[in-house]
Design a protein around this ligand. Structure first.
Ligand code: COA
Ligand code: MG
Length: 303
């Protein structure tokens, strides 16, 4: 069984509440991105970069990964999709710089992720990089990606998270995007379930209107309610807002701690269900409280 599949909800790895994309060939934005306190900064080689700028972006991204101080942010690079013809050169350029992780877009099946993992493994050996130290994050943004979720989510030990690419998914199935998002709800929920089943983080869809904080808050909250741990952002003014939504508030943490403490007491006394504030507490409630505490820990709010 894969390493990550044994991880449970209370051992959440680093928080990825906000993954900020930056077009890889935009040096000014790259410089700015690493100062914003985003949990992850993802230098993009894929759709944020025009086809005639791929080579230039590749060398700029490799250079930035090698030389920039990313501060508190995780260093990610998004390569082009498997089968695009760019993927080999992208990996050869970015892996030797030792990023924290590689984002693989448009994952259609498990073999694509396994191919990337093997290629990274070869480069790790060649360059003396610790085996398995570079994580994988897969993007689910096609109908095939959704129907193959189980195999994809359990494909490889490097895989830490799945990202939902709602716009590409909608285009692939012929859905018409709406503000309410019912047309992507099935895929959005299926990704959360697959992530929970295999111990991965679920990263939500991108809210494109970066001048609409109320809309961003509502959409991010909906993702958090569905079970997402973080989301993608494209603009500096989206970072703090989504981090706030994905970080449990003080009241929620205090309540979760009360439930966990009471549970420890009652379970020791042999009781699986008990009353707290006139409401029944049993295992699902305790697990939810533990998850709140895990998220607070991952966000650095509690020890
Ligand atoms: N990362 C870092 N800095 C960014 C940024 C990003 N993703 N997006 C904007 N900025 C910076 C701008 O450079 C500008 O800084 P400056 O005033 O010091 O030059 C400031 O934030 C305000 O930007 P603004 O003028 O509001 O936006 P814009 O018109 O320059 O850019 C986008 C708008 C959408 C093109 C831009 O936000 C962007 O490129 N986002 C990422 C797109 C991407 O990577 N897509 C692929 C993945 S989905
Ligand atoms: Mg996409």
């Amino acid at each position: 069984m894969r390493e990550t599949a044994r991880r449970n909800a209370t051992q959440e790895i680093r928080a990825r509440r906000a993954i900020l994309y930056v077009p890889g060939n935009d040096t000014r934005k790259v410089e700015k991105a690493v100062t914003l306190g985003a949990d992850s900064v993802c230098l993009d080689l894929e759709d944020g970069v025009a086809a005639n700028r791929k080579a230039e972006a590749r060398s700029l991204v490799a250079n930035a990964l090698r030389t920039r101080d990313f501060g508190v942010s995780e260093k990610l690079a998004r390569i082009n999709g498997i089968g695009s013809g760019f993927e080999n050169d992208d990996l050869a350029a970015v892996v030797p710089t030792r990023p924290d992780g590689i984002v693989v877009p448009k994952v259609n099946d498990a073999d694509e992720l396994r191919w990337v993992s093997e290629r990274i493994g070869e480069l790790e050996i060649r360059d003396g990089i610790t085996r398995g130290s570079i994580a994988l994050i897969g993007m689910i943004e096609s109908a095939r990606g959704v129907v193959n979720l189980r195999e994809i989510a359990s494909a490889d030990a490097r895989l830490e998270a799945l990202i939902f690419g709602a716009e590409d998914y909608a285009a692939d199935v012929g859905a018409i995007r709406t503000r309410e998002g019912l047309e992507v709800l099935y895929a959005r929920s299926a990704i959360v379930a697959a992530c929970a089943a295999f111990g991965l983080q679920a990263i939500d869809l991108l809210f494109l209107d970066f001048h609409d904080p109320d809309g961003l808050r509502a959409e991010t909250l909906r993702g958090a309610q569905l079970g997402y741990a973080g989301t993608q952002v494209i603009h500096p003014n989206q970072v703090a807002l989504v981090q706030e939504v994905f970080t449990p508030g003080d009241a929620a943490i205090a309540q979760a701690q009360r439930i966990a403490d009471a549970a420890a007491q009652h379970l020791a006394d042999g009781r699986g269900a008990f009353a707290l504030d006139d409401k029944m507490v049993d295992m699902p409630v305790i697990k939810a409280a533990e998850r709140v505490l895990a998220r607070a820990r991952a966000a650095g709010k509690i020890d």
